[in-house]
Unconditional design. Sequence first.
Length: 189
Amino acid sequence: MQNFPLVTMLFIGVNLDFFVILLFLLQKYNFKNNLFGYELGMLLIFGISALAGQLIQNLMPAWVIGFLGLIPIYMGIKEEDHNGKTNTVSKKGITAVLLMYLASCGADNIAVYVPVLATMALVDIIVTMVYFLFLTAISLTLAYFFGQLPIIKNIFERWGTQLCRIIYVFIGLFVMLDTGLVQHIITLF
């Protein structure tokens, strides 16, 4: 039997930080790009957790995952200015959202999902995956409407690009620190 309160709290707990990032991504890329990128990222992380999480933890040390932190740092440094988001679905937008999700949430989500999913039957894992897809769409919709509030919209119009760049760099640094990559590199010297 599925424990929906538990998996709802699991989803909220590991994706709450990405909600803030979605506010920035929704200012740059349209809703569909964010939806496809976020859903693909969630499916990828969920799939890795459900199918190969234990193997990854046993074969690859956590600090290796820290290299994903270079992706948002690069995006923050090389961020292109746009006069507005496009209304078409683009591979660039989907890829940017997907990579940002993987970099900012990947290691943490895998670490949290694996123990929970390891205790579930296959049917429960599939139901949880479908439920997570639904929750992903709901959280993106909430971020979209929250981002439309006049005060939030004004902040993003005025400082959105600069704030986004700073947040991308901090996310990358956090991923590198949180996974132990920086500490591992320091111990090599």
